[in-house]
Each structure stands twice: as C-alpha cells, then as structure tokens.
Design a protein around this ligand. Structure first.
Ligand code: IMP
Ligand code: MG
Length: 176
C-alpha cells in the first residue's frame, strides 16, 4: 500500500510560480532595499526558490511562531518562539509564509511587526486556503489558492514530518 501524500502541486509548478513571483517582486521593489522575513520552518523551501529569482539587493531574517504542534487545526494562540535578529524600523519588509488557513497567525504577525514601524510591510504566501479565513489578511503575493485540505511537503510538515518532499501533497487519512 502506498501511503505517500497525493501530489497537489508538483515541483515544476512550484518552480514556475517562484519564477513568476520573483519577477513580480523584483519589479515592485526595484530601487528599494528589500528586507525578507521568512517564517520558520514551513516557508524555507519556498523562500530559497523565491529568493534566487529576485534580481535586487536584499537582506534576510527569520522568525518562528508557535504552530499547531501535533494537531491539524489552529488553536488561535500565536506566540513568537524566535524573534528577528535585527530591527525593521524604516525598512521595506516582505514576510514570506507557507500557508494561510484561518489567517490568525499572519494577522498576529503583521500587527506585531507593524508596531515596529517598518517603512512598508507586505506578505507573500505560497498557499492560501481562501475559503477558510476567519480574519481578513491583506496578501500582496499569493503562490496558489487551494481547497481546505491539509497539505504537507515543500517545507510544510505534519508533526515535523514530510518537510523534505519536493512537492506539495495532501495527506492520506492512513499516512503516518
Ligand atoms: P492559520 O493561523 O490558521 O492561518 O494557520 C497558519 C499556519 O498553520 C501556517 O503557517 C502553517 O504553519 C499551519 N498550517 C495551516 N494549514 C496547514 C496545512 O494544511 N498543513 C500544514 N500546516 C498548516
Ligand atoms: Mg507557518
């Protein structure tokens, strides 16, 4: 029996979208100093692919927020587990995140970062479960809109597993 997650977005599609978004972001930030803030750990593969498609000088920082842990639904409670290394005051900040589900995590994050007075604050997300938003989150760049299914791979985990997969897949009920 094959329990591998069912492919939803294959590597070619992910690459192609990173190329497109990279071009768009390059265009939008030409002449500005771009500061990328990657949300650990789920967004790292997307970040790595996206970043090398950007033809502009940029700087990079990471932060980590509390996740679902072993559960597949959000608790609504968000906590910063690892904060940024450098201040973002006066900078053009683009947050790179893996998935928006209810929107609670990004909403909290954007409000927290906004209090630090960046010059400009935007968000780029790989996957958007648009139908499942509970709060309104302004997304400036979206990789793909997806159905309300639990996905793994391409950096995204279930209970810390599956991050290494080169594709985005849907977890089978009997996967482990
Ligand atoms: P939200 O706060 O409900 O928008 O959830 C956002 C966070 O939950 C994302 O940054 C992911 O880390 C995690 N998440 C949401 N949906 C999934 C999924 O389908 N697979 C794995 N993690 C998910
Ligand atoms: Mg996340």
């Amino acid at each position: 029996m094959n329990n591998a997650p069912r492919v939803l977005l294959h590597p070619g599609q992910l690459h192609q979208r990173a190329v497109e978004l990279g071009k768009q972001i390059t265009h939008d930030y030409t002449g500005k100093d771009l500061h990328l803030v990657c949300v650990l750990k789920g967004a790292v593969m997307f970040l790595a692919d996206l970043m090398r498609q950007m033809d502009i000088p940029l700087t990079l920082d990471f932060l980590a927020v509390s996740s679902y842990g072993a559960a597949t639904e959000t608790s609504g409670v968000v906590r910063i587990l690892k904060d940024l290394d450098t201040p973002i005051e006066g900078r053009n900040v683009l947050v790179v995140e893996d998935i928006i589900d209810t929107g609670l995590t990004l909403d909290y994050l954007m409000r927290t970062l906004d209090e630090r007075s960046p010059r400009n604050l935007r968000a780029c997300v790989l996957l958007d479960k648009k139908e499942h938003h509970e709060v309104e989150v302004p997304l400036d760049y979206i990789g793909f809109e997806i159905e309300n299914v639990f996905v793994v791979g391409y950096g995204i985990d279930f209970n810390e597993k599956y991050r290494y997969l080169p594709y985005v897949g849907v977890l089978n009920a009997n996967s482990n």
